[in-house]
Design a protein around this ligand. Structure first.
Ligand SMILES: *[C@@H]1O[C@H](CO)[C@@H](O)[C@H](O)[C@H]1NC(C)=O
Ligand SMILES: *[C@@H]1O[C@H](CO)[C@@H](O)[C@H](O)[C@H]1NC(C)=O
Ligand SMILES: [Zn+2]
Length: 493
């Protein structure tokens, strides 16, 4: 197979070099290599106690005048369908269920292979969770159109379309929107309707609102890496936990606090002026510190879907004049793009394989010191782990029936590709001979990894030793090239 041979020659040596370099750099020198600021060394200030807005009230009355220029539900439905036709190449329109009053909950998925499973991270945006916070639904349609219009023209649009699956639900609460109020048609606040981790509320799935149930099964089905729900009434990127165990208003971080702070900062720092907030340092806040809520969507995503969700307050005014929508879109545009792109440009990504069969397995990935688990997909065994950059981590891949494998990594600003090949229980230590993937599925430009035959490793070690010296000399140049192109070539561990 000429293709496979070429890959051996072109990629294997540099790959082995990277493996060795990894081994070298993960020696004790790393303790001193904690680059960048340590986000855990200071918690959010609790000084923004008195916020004058009342985020929970339906007032002030929403007048006919205020709704002018906003899409009605039927206009939004038409816009979504139009979008599906206009951007048929790179999108798919589907519904995840219906509201109480029977409005379909339309989603547009944007990707170069919409509806197909790929070894790529998936992101979702949800707008209009609260009926009286309609900015999100408008802005999300702008985002969809912008991506469609700029695919293959703008690098960020192209990166998102080609390397992620972006799902956009412009309105989660069409009934509340039509009724001009916060809750749905049953007047239930949907962001209090999810099962809660601290208190036994909302535990019976059968009694959840149809909108809530639709979201819950969507999350179970799609394997999202991250998401954001859009709200209005403030300007801040809010991250878990949303509530605290003792109901006090206090900083209550989840196990992935650092990663969440990083994610929230990606949003606020790319925003026109979110990070300049006087109320929230850096334009981000822990949910429980701001005001604890129970039954929220954000925490449920993280706990039950392994999906890192932010709650974004994108406009001080819940229902601004329609003439301001374009400005608000522009102020949020880079934030939205950078947040989705960060799933590709940062973090640790890879696939988990079984050593005996060479097949991908839906194992899970854990990071030492972080009490959470990210699962790999069933189809491709791909995982996508958001982690704060500039730190060293000990990463463990595991799967029932296999011996876990761990490795220490130094995660820089750019993303890292890390594949795992797990030995079945009891087979550790044996040299495994992996079947080589057929060219058809391993040599295309999808960035899909091929398998390294460990048996050949030793043959190269001698050459590698000499090349390593050379490599170290040119290391700067190579790593700067990696920084420009997020690495697609995997390193197997
Ligand atoms: C969409 O599909 C058409 C026809 O297959 C093709 O010519 C065009 O280049 C595609 N556009 C994009 C943006 O992929
Ligand atoms: C951000 O800019 C808007 C004007 O577009 C202004 O109303 C708002 O007060 C500003 N917020 C911050 C935190 O600077
Ligand atoms: Zn809200």
């Amino acid at each position: 197979m000429p293709c496979a041979m070429a890959i051996w020659r072109v990629y294997l040596l540099p790959l082995l070099l990277l493996v060795l370099l990894r081994a070298f750099t993960s020696l004790p020198t790393q303790a001193a290599a904690r680059g960048g600021a340590d986000p855990s060394s200071g918690t959010d200030d609790g000084k923004h106690g008195s916020f004058s807005r009342n985020l929970l009230q339906d007032k002030p009355e929403i007048t006919e005048e205020m709704t002018r220029g906003y899409m009605s539900n039927s206009e939004l439905e038409i816009a979504v369908q139009d979008f599906g036709r206009r951007c048929a190449n790179v999108s798919r329109v589907y519904s995840i269920g219906k509201s109480v009053n029977g409005s379909p909950l339309w989603v547009v998925e944007i990707s170069d292979k919409p509806g197909k499973r790929e070894a790529e991270p998936a992101f979702k945006f949800i707008g209009n969770v609260h009926g009286d916070e309609p900015v999100g639904r408008e802005v999300l349609m702008q985002l969809a159109y912008w991506l469609c219009d700029n695919y293959l023209k703008d690098p960020l649009a192209t990166l998102i379309v080609e390397n992620t699956h972006l799902h956009i639900l412009p309105t989660m609460n069409p009934d509340g929107f039509a009724l001009r109020r916060r809750g749905n048609a049953n007047n239930i606040d949907l962001n209090r309707d999810f099962p809660d981790q601290f208190f036994p509320i909302n535990d019976d799935i059968n009694y959840r609102q149809p909108e809530t149930r639709a979201i819950m099964s969507w999350i179970k089905q799609e394997h999202f890496t991250a998401s954001a729900a859009l709200h209005g009434g403030a300007l801040v990127a809010n991250y878990p936990w949303d509530g605290s165990r003792d109901k006090r208003k206090q900083y209550y971080g989840c196990p992935d606090d650092k990663a969440f702070r990083y994610m929230a900062s990606v949003y606020s720092q790319s925003h026109y002026n979110m990070s300049l907030s006087k109320e929230f340092r850096g334009g981000i806040t822990n949910g429980a510190l701001w005001y604890p809520i129970y039954g929220g969507m954000q925490d449920w995503n993280y706990i039950h879907g392994g999906c890192f969700e932010l709650t974004l307050e994108i406009s001080d005014v819940k229902w601004p004049k329609a003439s301001e929508l374009l400005v608000i879109w522009k102020q949020n545009k880079m934030s939205m793009l950078n947040l989705v792109a960060s799933l590709v440009k940062t973090g640790v990504h890879g696939r988990i394989f079984a050593a005996d069969t060479g097949r991908p397995i839906p194992g899970s990935l854990m990071v030492k010191g972080i009490d959470s688990k990210i699962s790999a997909s069933r189809t491709f065994g791909d995982y996508h782990r958001i982690l704060a950059p500039g730190e060293s981590y000990e990463v463990v891949a595991s799967m029932e029936g296999f011996t876990p494998k761990r490795t220490r990594i130094m995660l820089e600003r750019e993303s890292m590709n890390l594949d795992f090949i797990l030995d079945p229980d009891g087979a550790a230590g044996q040299t495994k001979r992996l079947p080589r993937d057929d060219c058809g599925c391993s040599c295309d430009d999808d960035g899909k990894p091929f398998l390294i035959r460990e048996a050949y490793l030793w043959l190269y070690l001698l050459v590698v030793f000499f090349l390593l010296v050379l490599y170290l000399l040119f290391r700067r140049r190579i790593s700067s090239r990696l920084a420009r192109n997020p690495p697609k070539r995997p390193v197997a561990v």
